[in-house]
Design a protein around this ligand. Structure first.
Ligand SMILES: C[S@@+](CC[C@H](N)C(=O)[O-])C[C@H]1O[C@@H](n2cnc3c(N)ncnc32)[C@H](O)[C@@H]1O
Length: 263
């Protein structure tokens, strides 16, 4: 016993329990063996900030979605890769609409929940690993704030190159991001400043997820402004063609593959 969490599939365990609460399938988490225990994702930041977020929304049907999720789905066309499919809430709706969708995730437990809920085409791994499978797509979805997966200045070129390697001519990326800089909370503005001092983007979060006795490794997750995203996309095979910020500070960024067919 070290007091440190055991490394494990935090997201998968969390989703399994949220799914059990949602459906009554499988053992539900209980307090004292009797009362329902809420399923909360614990998010630790490297300045010591700890936040909790209820996991139930990862299973939400479209009636509970935010407006930008609907607009993202409406813009989806062709063979689609849902990057970080989670509990499959987006993929299920695309399937119903007849859109050929593949769900990609690094969490075996998330894929189990997605499969159980009816998502038919699921792949375990990262975008980099998926390139070798030879499958190609017209739309890439990074929803549920998953623009964060581009991590920061170091990872962004390789991440966007992997998406380009998976892309058909004319492909698009639809990514949900959040502009972090509207806040006046000194806990956050101080963190942004500390990040800049150590050569990182202000909203380049260094996080660890916890659930019960499990934790993830520390990882970078980028929360950036549209201007910072434009800077990160410059020099890659993609062009930032649209930023829909009707629900600011949340936005949907559309990237298009540059070059023949991508104009
Ligand atoms: C914030 S959740 C979003 C889930 C889903 N897109 C939604 O909107 O409900 C992030 C998901 O991305 C997955 N994930 C994390 N890192 C990943 C990576 N490098 N490649 C693919 N999926 C990843 C997690 O396991 C989790 O299912």
């Amino acid at each position: 016993m070290t007091g440190e969490p055991r490394l494990g599939d935090v997201f998968g365990e969390l989703l399994r329990d949220a799914y059990a609460v949602h459906t009554g399938i499988g053992p539900r988490p209980l307090v004292g063996g009797r009362l329902p225990r809420p399923v909360i994702e614990i998010i630790e930041r490297d300045d010591g900030l700890v936040n909790g977020a209820p996991a139930a929304h990862y299973l939400d049907g479209p009636e509970h979605w935010q407006p930008y999720d609907h607009r993202a789905v409406d813009r989806t066309r062709g063979a689609t890769l849902d990057v970080g499919v989670g509990g499959g809430r987006i993929a299920l709706v695309l399937q119903e609409r007849g859109v050929p969708v593949t769900g990609l995730d690094t969490s075996p437990g998330a894929l189990r929940v997605s499969r159980h809920r009816g998502v038919r085409d699921l792949v375990l791994g990262t975008v980099d690993e998926h390139v070798a499978d030879g499958r190609r797509y017209d739309t890439f979805l990074l929803l549920g704030n998953n623009l964060g997966l581009i991590e920061g200045r170091e990872r962004a070129p390789a991440f966007l190159a992997a998406l380009a390697a998976l892309a058909r001519p004319g492909a698009q990326v639809i990514a949900h991001g959040t502009d972090p800089y509207g806040t006046t909370d000194p806990v956050h503005t101080g963190y942004h400043e500390w990040n800049r001092q150590r050569g990182r983007l202000g909203g380049q979060l260094r996080l660890r997820l916890r659930y019960r006795e499990l934790g993830t490794e520390w990882f970078d997750y980028l929360v950036c402004s549209a201007e910072e995203l434009a800077e990160l996309v410059r020099g890659t095979p993609w062009r930032l063609t649209d930023v829909d910020d009707r629900d600011a500070p949340y936005y949907l960024a559309t990237l298009r593959l540059a070059g023949p067919g991508g104009r």
